[in-house]
Design a protein around this ligand. Structure first.
Ligand code: CP
Length: 305
């Protein structure tokens, strides 16, 4: 499948994922063209903070022989602070580079940017909407542990505004034997759109407010952070610390289950969990580099159909 921009997980089908993940495997085995992107320039425009997404994208480009131009905190240090619109910024920046990686606080910002850009735009997180490249690395990580897509995934915490939950859930609905347990407070439940999607795809799913249901039943526990930047002050106070995975949680989990988290984490997974072999969130973050390298190779591949 031709992907010009990467805006949403909904652009991916099983075949594209399989092709992409086979490139990731080659990258991990160091069997990739080292200077494949020599002469290409990536612009990273991040209007929200980031550690993993931005640095792994920039590292991916550099490892493939390309270059990076960036503005630290685009909301403050780009001309956005003077009142320039995103549209105008993209119109200008796209003439300086070959790909734009954009993180923005507005849901739908990447789609708007793509409509003004002559070069590919990659959504590195748009508001509470989507984070497709996080979902790709999450899915790759899950498939590295479970070869057959017939596992149960518990999504835990803020399922309303946590953008990687939206993107990853969508990708997982491509595999109808995957079961979901959505664990959240009532106010932070999944959106009706995802519920509809699940009904269409035929995936079994349940919704609960009890973490213990997810811990006992799931093969993949996908923990989320309660996000100060997305919730009202009172909701943040109410839900912060409501679901914590700690040493006692480990006793309830299946032996071969895994704990994932897009990171950063605050208090929702205690540090004493890190040493448990089922805690794979740092491996997940490392896969971000390989998956983003594969995505760049895929985007720029001149012979791809
Ligand atoms: N997972 C993720 O998006 O992390 P950053 O916010 O650090 O990029």
């Amino acid at each position: 499948m031709k992907l010009r921009h990467i805006i949403s997980a909904k652009q991916f089908d099983k075949n594209t994922l399989s092709n992409l993940f086979s490139i990731v495997d080659k990258i991990k085995a160091k069997k990739y063209p080292k200077n494949a992107l020599r002469g290409k320039i990536m612009a990273t425009l991040f209007y929200e903070p980031s550690t993993r997404t931005r640095l792994s994208f920039e590292s991916a480009m550099l490892r493939l022989g390309g270059s990076v131009v960036a503005t630290d905190n685009a909301a403050e240090f780009s001309s956005a602070i003077k009142g320039e619109t995103l549209e105008d910024t993209i119109r200008v920046v796209n003439s300086f580079c070959d790909v734009v990686v954009l993180r923005h606080f507005v849901s739908g910002a990447s789609e708007i940017a793509a409509s003004y850009s002559k070069v590919p735009v990659i959504n590195a997180g748009d508001g509470s909407h989507e984070h497709p490249t996080q979902a790709l690395l999450d899915l790759y990580t899950i498939f590295s542990k479970f070869k057959n897509p017939d596992f149960t995934v518990a999504m835990v915490g803020d399922l309303a505004t946590y953008r990687s939950v939206h993107s990853l859930s969508y990708l997982l609905t491509l595999y109808p034997r995957v079961k979901f347990i959505f664990v959240s407070p009532d106010k932070l439940r999944i959106f009706p759109e995802l519920r509809e999607r699940l009904k269409k795809s035929g995936n079994e799913f349940t919704e609960t407010d009890k973490l213990v249901d997810g811990l006992r039943e799931a093969d993949v526990i996908y923990q989320t952070r309660i996000q100060k930047e997305r919730l009202t002050k009172s909701d943040y106070k109410k839900y912060f610390g409501v679901y914590v995975i700690d040493k006692n949680s480990l006793k309830l989990m299946k032996k071969n289950a895994v704990i994932m988290h897009a990171l950063p984490r605050i208090n929702e997974i205690t540090k004493d969990v890190d040493k448990d072999p089922r805690a794979i969130y740092f491996e997940e973050a490392q896969n971000g580099l390989y998956v983003r390298m594969a995505l760049l190779l895929y985007l720029f591949d001149p012979v791809r159909d």
